[in-house]
Structures are given as structure tokens and as C-alpha cells.
Design a protein around this ligand. Structure first.
Ligand code: FES
Ligand code: FES
Length: 141
């Protein structure tokens, strides 16, 4: 076979059949939204998590990525990896693990970085909303 494979088959699979594409209501208090962009290429990724407030576990996740195939594949993998996991555990996911899983070439590392940044931004958004909500509750007392 003489064909040159530019991308690992997992990238092609996640690009052709991205998991968890969609949107949640960003105003829902149990939803965290991470919106990040890559200055180098202008690609944008939105990753959202749905959190069970009591346990801090991520029960669902979805994404919308306007970007290259590697960014789409990275966000697809990221949503699969975060589902069912506690937020504290998810914060340790490294872009290099995603890149390794997808066998991304070095020039595509920043695409997986978007996914790591988006996960962190989504958790931060959730936590900020939660703090704000409890603050408002306290004021009402
Ligand atoms: Fe989908 Fe591993 S091939 S997360
Ligand atoms: Fe920029 Fe992939 S080329 S996110």
C-alpha cells in the first residue's frame, strides 16, 4: 500500500463520527461552559459539562468545535474521557495524553491543547456559577 497516512485512524474515526456533538443551556446552573480559541489558527472550541452538584461528578458532556480535524477529534475524545468522572480527576487530563491517544503530529499539539483548555474553562465556569449562586442564597437569608 503506497498511500501516505496523514492521520491516525482514531483521528479519522473521531472526525467522521464525533461523539457528543451538541450544546447544553449555558444558563443552567449545573452546566459549565468552556469556550477557548487558538490564536495561532483562529480555531474555536466550545466544550460543556453537566455536573451532579452533590457528587461533583460530570454526568454528561458535549462540544462544538469550529476548527481543524485534529481539534474536532480532540474535543470528541475529551468529552468521552470526562463523562462519569469527578471534576478533580478530570482536571489532571493533559493535552499530551489526548495527542498520544490520537497520535497527533507535533504541529497538531496545539489542537489537543484546545481540548485541555476547554475542559479547565468549563470546570471554572461551573464553579464560578456555583459560588455566585451560593452567594445569592446567603444574601437572601
Ligand atoms: Fe475514542 Fe479512544 S478512540 S476515546
Ligand atoms: Fe488550530 Fe487545529 S490547526 S486547532
Amino acid at each position: 500500500r503506497a498511500s501516505v497516512r496523514l492521520y491516525h485512524e482514531r483521528v479519522v474515526d473521531h472526525y467522521n463520527n464525533p461523539r457528543n456533538v451538541g450544546s447544553f443551556d449555558k444558563n443552567d446552573p449545573s452546566i459549565g461552559t468552556g469556550l477557548v480559541g487558538a490564536p495561532a489558527c483562529g480555531d474555536v472550541m466550545k466544550l460543556q459539562i453537566k455536573v451532579d452538584d452533590a457528587s461533583g461528578k460530570i454526568v454528561d458532556a458535549c462540544f462544538k468545535t469550529f476548527g481543524c480535524g485534529s481539534a474536532i477529534a480532540s474535543s470528541s475524545v475529551a468529552t468521552e474521557w470526562v463523562k462519569g468522572k469527578p471534576m478533580v480527576e478530570v482536571l489532571t487530563i493533559k493535552n499530551t495524553e489526548i495527542a498520544k491517544h490520537l497520535s497527533l503530529p507535533p504541529v497538531k499539539l496545539h489542537c489537543s491543547m484546545l481540548a485541555e483548555d476547554a475542559i479547565k474553562a468549563a470546570i471554572k465556569d461551573y464553579e464560578e456559577k456555583r459560588t455566585k449562586a451560593s452567594g445569592e442564597g446567603a444574601n437572601a437569608c
